[in-house]
Design a protein around this ligand. Structure first.
Ligand SMILES: C[S@@+](CC[C@H](N)C(=O)[O-])C[C@H]1O[C@@H](n2cnc3c(N)ncnc32)[C@H](O)[C@@H]1O
Length: 340
């Protein structure tokens, strides 16, 4: 611990439990700083061998000074320490960055629309027209949090079925699709609406040397044109996509599942990941699901419970083979199958 770090718990420290507003304030600033370091490609060094800001007067300029101030801020918050000019994470810092995907998803993906909530509340601006989410950071954050909190259970489920072609609707940066194709030796197609997500996906596919086996297509997964890719797909993956249909009202979800099911070959599987809404009567504050629900309300979307998902799958023609809770708070995996 440096002298600076020790000072942070000195006489000026405020007992956070008696000032919950300041605790929120700190959480917001810490989220923004850690997400920004990740998005700038700097967090890895801080997590590993150490991040060294450029020495003063050696061309670092304003950016170098700000990096140093950000790192000193993390020291003051006891999330980092300085060791011979290199900054490294403390154990508390490491515990926080294990969930960095959630921080990037929120601050990088939804930071701008959340910051404009006042204008939306007054009806002066609209989410979709004026301040939409950032596609790249929604995709990167989702992939990061999914790697820890969704992919392990999803891979276990996939080991129990057979498929040679996988179609990932709303593939984001395609990290999960790549892992599936590498693990199971199958071919893949990823479709995503966001040009930024598709660009990140194409870069990931190239970096993994999988261009021969995986195609990335920019398009609307709910467009009937997608059916041209369904005839050969023995596995369709939709992670955090299907709830988007809630903004299209009424029977949109069941209609989509029905057309998906009838276009797939007999015996094909559908693996969906979703987040269940906060349990309104649990009496205990929940982690993550209230924030997930809030940002989806921004987009005019609502979340469904497990019973509603099971029912929608059945009404769409899928047999519900498995429903598994994942380590993501509120997260659930649903495995459906078109009858053989
Ligand atoms: C939360 S991200 C999840 C990304 C990825 N499935 C994962 O789990 O890492 C949701 C993705 O769905 C995409 N998406 C939303 N609506 C879509 C649509 N109608 N068609 C295709 N992609 C869509 C978004 O651009 C975003 O990349």
């Amino acid at each position: 611990m440096t002298a600076l770090g020790a000072a942070a718990v000195g006489p000026h420290s405020v007992e956070s439990s008696s000032r919950p507003g300041l605790q929120s304030f700190e959480g917001y600033a810490i989220t923004c700083v850690l997400a920004a370091l990740e998005m700038a490609g700097l967090l890895e060094a801080l997590e590993g061998a150490g991040l060294r800001p450029p020495p003063r007067g050696e061309g670092g300029g304003e950016a170098g000074r700000l990096l140093e101030a950000s790192l000193r801020y993390l020291v003051q918050r006891q999330l980092a320490f300085e060791d011979s000019g290199a900054f490294k994470l403390t154990e508390s810092g490491r515990a926080l960055t294990r969930d960095k995907g959630y921080l990037v998803w929120l601050a990088g993906g939804y930071g701008e629309p959340l910051r404009r909530l006042d204008a939306f509340l007054l009806g002066r601006k609209s989410y979709a027209r004026d301040y939409p989410r950032d596609g790249r950071w929604v995709a990167e954050g989702a992939a990061m949090l999914g790697r820890r909190d969704v992919a392990p259970q999803a891979m276990t489920l996939l080991k129990g079925i057979s498929f040679e072609t996988a179609l990932d609707l709303g593939c984001g940066n395609a990290r999960f699709l790549i892992a599936v194709c590498q693990t199971f030796g199958c071919r893949g197609v990823g479709i995503d609406l966001s040009p930024e997500a598709c660009q990140a996906a194409s870069e990931s596919v190239r970096a993994a040397g999988m261009e021969e086996r995986i195609r990335i297509i920019q398009g609307d997964a709910f467009d009937p044109a997608v059916s041209s890719h369904l005839g050969r797909a023995q596995l369709v993956i939709t992670f955090f996509l299907l709830h988007e249909l809630s903004s299209r009202g009424g029977s949109a979800l069941v209609d989509f599942l029905s057309s998906l099911c009838s276009a797939l070959p007999p015996g094909a599987h559908l693996l969906a990941a979703e987040v269940l809404p906060p349990r309104s009567r649990s009496g205990r504050p929940e982690r993550f699901t209230p924030e997930f629900s809030l940002v989806h309300a921004l987009m005019g979307q609502t979340l469904s419970g497990e019973t509603e998902w099971r029912q929608a799958f059945r009404q769409g023609g899928f047999l519900v083979r498995d429903v598994t809770r994942v380590t993501m708070p509120g997260g659930v995996l649903l495995l459906g199958q078109r009858a053989a």
